[in-house]
Ligand binder design. Sequence first.
Ligand SMILES: Nc1ccn([C@@H]2O[C@H](COP(=O)(O)OP(=O)(O)OP(=O)(O)O)[C@@H](O)[C@H]2O)c(=O)n1
Length: 495
Amino acid sequence: MSAQREMKEKNPWPVTIIIIVIGVIAIVALVTVAVLQNMPLSQKYKYGIVLDAGSSHTALYIYEWPAEKDNNTGRVEQTHSCKVKGPGISSYASDPWKAGESLKECMKEAEMKVPGKRHHETPLYLGATAGMRLLNMENGSASDQVFQAVEGALQKFPFSFQGARILSGQEEGAFGWVTVNYLDDRLKQGLETTGALDLGGASTQISFVSSNYNGSESPSNSVTFRLYGNNYNLYTHSFLCYGKDQAMKLMLAQQTKSGPETILDPCFHPGYNETKSYSDLYNSPCVSNRKPQGAPATFTHMGRGNFQQCQEVVKKVFDFTSCKYSQCSFNGVFQPLLQGPFGAFSAYYFVMNFLNLTNTSIPLDAVRQKIKDYCATPWKQVMAQHPDVKVNYLQEYCFGATYILTLLTEGYNFTSESYSNIKFIKKIKGSDAGWTLGYMLNLTNMIPAEAPDTPPLPHAGYVSIVTLMAILLFILFLVSLRPLWRRCSKHPRII
Ligand SMILES: Nc1ccn([C@@H]2O[C@H](COP(=O)(O)OP(=O)(O)OP(=O)(O)O)[C@@H](O)[C@H]2O)c(=O)n1
């Protein structure tokens, strides 16, 4: 009996097993805590909606980002877009309530796309650009009525409506630049930025960072930002009336100065023949003061399809005569030396994409030749070759391409070499290039001035290190129990 008790007391196995079990439980607990503690929270998303009320049309964009990453970058994505049917809101000046009505279809779509429980916290913004800038200049009360109508319509939806307003040209340029560089992940990483070229229907913007511009010459073109710990001194300018549609009015005004009944327009295809009204042509503040006295009610617009002559007429819409600065683009507007890559979007993309000219490694002379051939193509043939393209767009691609080339090379001074620095783009990583994303990021304070603190290790690295340390500690512990092992390995003596 006493010999058995002694054997039990001297046998260390049960103690060793208990220690091993506790050790294993401790390791499992440690690793589990490390994994759970560092696990990303279950993905909840937040949403933001921006309506781009442009001169030619309105578009709605829905953005989405992980809820816990409000203050971080590169995570906001466009998840949905909706093109509002009909013209831009400025076209409803004589029927303002229709401007509000026109938005309802896309807004209903947004109600379906954003999860119901997020509706009330989802900010909704409407920003109007050059079409409303022009209407506001022309008729302030009509512009106010259009805003009242759209605000009334938008307030009826369950989102958190943050107001409708006209963006300045400077804001439009700067937010377009923010969008492009945010989507390219250039801001967070502090990389060289990309310039932004935006061609709308009524205005056009150029924005870029140039090392020879610090804002002292022509301060009205300067916008400064501090983003993720980096300072940016952006040059930006918006040319009102130099969007594609208004520039075409300027070009047609050149050709109808004397109030003729017929014009033979080099920027339209041969065989193109339409009767147009003088009052429609001269209905915008960009040209209204040039309307010829005693002109007939209509004129016949005929096409000639001559690229060189078109270039000559288009050049005349720019004023290159005066510049009080060290250097100018046109109309006496200061512009520093072009620098770095550029992204060109909106109508730049629509037109160049239609003509298969988005590849800027094609030499400029070859681009000119292609546009020349296209302009010379008879209108009937163009229509037959593109039955799916809206005639309103189709008839303007010869002018559009000639205008784009003239604006870039003569207006902004891109050369045969620097032309290849331009990329014609529609989307970047699934989000449309344009001012809307930059506008929302700014209003929701989603780009911090200082670089956000990042954890020293990624989640997987943290878990691996904790696991490794725990195993090493356990092995060390087992090794420290060696005296016990030796005793265990000897057969218990039964005396
Ligand atoms: N498939 C398309 C779509 C649009 N356009 C042209 O692109 C211009 C409109 O560009 P957009 O960026 O939509 O301009 P808006 O926002 O309407 O104008 P703005 O910014 O000046 O207010 C218009 O001239 C339109 O004719 C085109 O040529 N082909």
